[in-house]
Design a protein around this ligand. Sequence first.
Ligand code: 5AD
Ligand code: FES
Length: 350
Amino acid sequence: MNDYRQWVAALRDTRDLPDEALRTLLETDAADELLREAADAVRRERYGDAVYVRGLIEFTNYCKNDCYYCGIRHGNRNASRYRLELDDILSCCREGYALGFRTFVLQGGEDPYYTDDKICAIVSSIRDRYPDCAITLSIGEKPRESYQAYFDAGANRYLLRHETATDSHYRRLHPASMDPENRRRCLFDLKDIGYQVGAGIMVGSPYQTTDCLIRDLRFLQELSPDMIGIGPFLTHADTPFRDQPNGSLTLTLRLLSILRLMFPYVLLPATTALGTIHPQGREMGLRAGANVVMPNLSPVTVRKLYELYDNKICTGEEAAQCRGCLERRVQAAGYQIVTDIGNARRGTPS
Ligand code: 5AD
Ligand code: FES
């Protein structure tokens, strides 16, 4: 117990630990309460009880990739595919703006239908109408020139989970056509262009080991992203990983706390996957150090179709207003939703 106390304090004070101490913290549940308390204290020091909201618009579930874990992979013949056109996307933004959203996250599969020109037209239309909002893209791996064009059109944030920093692990999660080197190249290009960048992983993805997680933490130290998105791996019945077990709720919460201590400034979402693995998962995530929620703004008619994993929450008629639902949940967990665009607070707290 003494060791745990010292390690948690060292993690808080130096934002780092040797690999072997990290390994022990990752592999035991004995330090979870200490980690959670320290992470919540660090978050309150830096962010108070503020929780930032981002409105998620899932605008296409077509994807040319075939990631073994993902329900909208190209090879899934059972997925019914949809695309939202510019007008549909703009009405999601209009509704979102009226509900108080000041960040729109446009997420989709890697869908060649949306050429760079189309993406730029979407981004600049949103930018024209909502100059006070942040526009986040999450549309996968692209050449640097494409990222530059989206940025010039008005996008300012980009989410691209690195999925795993261990190349051999990456190759077990993806077909040979996908290259971990290229994914990292994308993240560093995005940063270099001036985007605020989000990386991240699935916790408990098949073949993940503690070594993988330690390497992920080291990679994140190198990248220093503004946001880190993590959630449990969840099985999808129409993928090659249909027989693999779900990731663990407790390990996800533990990692959220470790991330909060290592990256005090970072934006850390309590993800939909966390809310799917446990009815109170997002609330537990907030208490473990998360400070972002991403209510779904996609039309209710398509929400069920953007199914990366089975049993995704917020897909029924009753979930038309995720914003209201999450506001109540965030408050019940002891925090407050704020509506400013919420940049990562990298400076020392005042
Ligand atoms: N379970 C949990 N998360 C998943 N993602 C994709 N498929 C799954 C799954 N089966 C995550 C990936 C991706 C993000 C958009 O969703 O990490 O980057
Ligand atoms: Fe979507 Fe609760 S957040 S229904």
